[in-house]
Design a protein around this ligand. Structure first.
Ligand code: 3H9
Length: 696
């Protein structure tokens, strides 16, 4: 095996290149290689300075995350960075693509930094539940001050090369080849007789109480529950109080503490599964079909959101609406969405104008889709209406085009069977607002061709979405599981918990919203319509939240009507509890002959999660989700599941499946209709196994 760190001398400059694809992560061999290179540099009479480079498209993506949680191996990264800083000869780092985490820390060990245009520099460690652990929290504030360091470190943020130079994180900006730019800088330094410039030897930054307090205030609210962000602020504060060696020891202490948290394990699980979710063995070697022209049918909130997502990523979009008025309304929504992107700095005004004039058009006639490569219908959720749309698509679309439906629960197999080319049909279930939400459930009927599945995954990547493969059933992966834990919440309310306590308990677990706040946001008419739809096939033992029906009939449809479970006042955030809702619930309890009992918040959380995991186990067993990680990604990206818990299946493994099964069996003693343990859960417990074993 060739060594991942090479050393050669060019014109008096030692060029040290890290070549460790895919991201030049700082695994053990790279760390050792850098130490060896520093030893060699010190003794090399040919070299007056050194240049550190990363081979390929980026400088260094950070420490090797796959080593985390395993026993650490020498040399540790902080020592490596110190060795670079202690070099008696000047060291330059030339940064292209990205210098992240340990990658930036290596660059901060160097005495001079040149950032190539397009590069980003940052310390994203807190996103993984740790803090920078190789001097990042000590050297960054020494270079750019406490306030600027606090803008980056607790946010896990990156800055573009230009800003890095403005801040002083890098010394100069360059264009072109990083090797050439780095060599030119190093030669210039040698010619000028510039010596070393160790960042660690720079004076302690001023103790900026205002910035520290502001950061603590921000990060106790934002990413609620995450410990590493606040801990990273403590580490930055340490830089203001102690010399570098002590500061690095303190950083190391906090880093090790974070490394041992379950949050670190959860966040790193999330990092890896977000990538693995795209790796489907069935798609090995299957090329996606070419997609550049997209058709969207229906310009409501969903259709307009999908069109916006596609336009933002450079696709050409034709939107079909039934008449001019509807088309104009859709175009206005899309224009507003794009304006939002301009305001958030994601798009410039000129590009927005160009998109609207060149890449987007509306039409009333399906014939306008004759050249589209893929069409997504987002019309009213009714099987007959969908079939009519698909008949039109079947008639006008070119051979090889993909026909997709954005239905959130209708039978995609039945839709596919209604056209002459079922193998080209697939479900693409976007979440609202479609140009913001990351999740895309790719719903695959038996009849779908593999390259159509591959096309859906490639499209998702292009749109910046996380795609999860789902099988066909009512609600697919996410909404099917959601309906179960929602039902568990309703059962707890009937038994004695208040909806407000349920919401509070669920949020204390880390969910961004409780089920009743969520209901108010989505609109209580939606839940009512779902209950109506299911009424004909409902088991008589099932419990219907009659209080929710009553709210619907009172016209209290949630936020949009100012009243639902909560009472909303104009201009006020959140809603107030409504005693009338509690009266409606009391009435339902009386009808069911229920004497209300108290619930602890912990019991609410356990029942909510047990219902989720149990249904997820069924979804896995039926092959609706192929792997537990697909369920985890669905909940992280579509339902706001707290990322630091890794996902519900990861949480279940961490909690322990025997304990969860025990809970479900206990609950079944009082209600054996709702609480039937999933066979897969029982099997995993009997085999002393876990969900992770099914991730492949
Ligand atoms: C750290 O540095 C701690 C230090 O402060 C202190 C230590 C003492 N390690 O994302 P991609 C894999 S913590 C190992 O698709 P892109 C990734 O899993 C680290 N593996 O590429 C994937 O594998 P596969 C701080 C890594 O071009 C493949 O590389 N750094 C690492 O879209 C391609 O990844 C970070 O948090 C890693 N560090 O984006 C940065 N990074 O092909 C994390 C990636 O088998 N990384 N892989 O699925 C990223 O943000 C992106 O990967 C990056 C490239 C922007 C670099």
């Amino acid at each position: 095996m060739t060594h991942p760190v090479s050393y050669e001398v060019e014109d008096g400059i030692a060029v040290i290149t890290i070549d460790n694809p895919p991201v030049n992560a700082l695994g053990r061999a790279v760390r050792q290689g850098l130490c060896d290179a520093m030893d060699r540099l010190a003794d090399d009479p040919q070299a007056q300075a050194a240049l550190i480079l990363g081979a390929g498209k980026l400088f260094i993506g950070g420490a090797d995350i796959s080593e985390f949680g395993k026993p650490p191996k020498d040399p540790w990264l902080p020592e490596v960075v110190q060795r670079i800083e202690d070099s008696p000869k000047p060291v330059v780092a030339a940064i292209q693509g990205a210098a992240l985490g340990g990658g930036l820390e290596v660059a901060l060990g160097a005495h001079y930094r040149v950032a190539m245009k397009g590069a980003k520099l940052g310390l994203p460690e807190v996103n993984l539940g740790i803090i920078p652990g190789a001097g990042g929290t000590q050297r960054t504030p020494r270079l750019i001050g406490v306030a600027a360091a606090l803008d980056i470190i607790p946010a896990g943020g990156t800055v573009p090369a230009e800003q890095a130079v403005e801040l002083g994180l890098a010394d100069r900006l360059a264009e072109g080849d990083p090797r050439e730019a780095g060599l030119a800088y190093a030669r210039e330094l040698v010619t000028a007789g510039a010596g070393t410039r160790p960042v660690g030897q720079m004076p302690c930054p001023d103790h900026d109480t205002v910035a520290l307090e502001a950061a603590r205030k921000t990060w106790s609210k934002k990413n609620r529950g995450e410990v590493a962000r606040l801990a990273s602020i403590d580490a930055v504060e340490a830089a203001t109080r102690m010399p570098i060696a002590a500061g690095i020891t303190e950083e190391r202490r906090i880093f090790s503490e974070m490394m041992d948290t379950p949050q670190r394990a959860g966040l790193i699980h999330a990092f890896f599964i977000e990538r693995k979710v795209f790796q489907l063995p069935e798609l090995d070697g299957v090329a996606p079909r070419e997609v550049s022209q997209l058709g969207v049918i229906g310009g409501g909130t969903m259709g307009a959101g999908i069109a916006t997502a596609a336009l933002l990523r450079g696709l050409d979009v034709t939107l079909i609406e039934r008449d001019d008025a509807a088309a104009e309304k859709a175009a206005a929504t899309i224009s507003r969405n794009l304006e939002g992107a301009v305001k958030r700095g994601k798009l410039d005004g000129g590009t927005r104008d160009a998109i609207l004039s060149d890449a987007f058009r509306t039409a009333a006639d399906y014939g306008a889709l004759a050249r589209a490569d893929l069409a997504i219908e987002a019309v009213f959720e009714d099987m007959d209406v969908k079939k009519q749309v698909f008949a039109e698509l079947d008639r006008v679309m070119k051979p090889g085009a993909v026909l997709a439906t954005n239905t959130s629960y209708l039978d995609v197999t039945e839709i596919a069977a209604s056209v002459s080319r079922p193998s080209d049909v697939i479900g693409l279930h976007f979440f609202s607002p479609a140009h913001v939400m990351k999740l895309l459930e790719v719903v695959v009927p038996e009849s779908t061709a593999p390259d159509v599945i591959a096309t859906a995954f490639a499209l998702a990547k292009r749109l910046g979405k996380t795609a999860v493969r789902a099988g066909v059933c009512d609600g697919f992966i996410g909404n099917r599981i959601l309906s179960k834990y929602r039902a568990a919440a309703d059962r707890m309310v009937l038994a004695g918990a208040s909806p407000y306590q349920v919401d509070r308990a669920v949020k204390a677990f880390g969910w961004p919203m409780g089920p009743y706040e969520m209901g108010d946001l989505a609109g209580l008419d939606i839940g009512y319509a779902t209950r109506q739809r299911r009424a004909a096939t409902r088991d008589p033992r099932d419990i219907v939240p009659t209080w929710a029906d009553a709210l619907y009939h009172l016209g209290r449809h949630g936020q949009k009507t100012g009243r639902g479970y909560y009472i909303y006042e104009e201009g006020k955030r959140g809603g107030a509890e409504d005693p009338e809702v509690l009266e409606l619930i009391d009435k339902a309890r009386a009808e069911h002959g229920v004497t209300p009992r108290d619930f602890t918040d912990e019991e609410i959380q356990r029942r909510y999660m047990a219902a989720l995991v149990n249904e997820a186990a069924r979804v896995l067993e039926e092959g609706i989700a192929r792997r537990p990680l697909d369920v985890d990604v669905t909940f992280l990206h579509g339902y706001g599941f707290p990322r630091w818990r890794g996902g519900p299946m990861f949480w279940a493994d961490e909690t322990g499946l025997p304990a969860l099964l025990g809970d479900i069996e206990d609950y079944a003693r009082e209600d054996d209709f709702f609480w039937q343990p999933a066979p897969l859960l029982k099997r995993l417990v009997s085999e002393n196994s876990n969900f992770a074993s099914l991730n492949g």
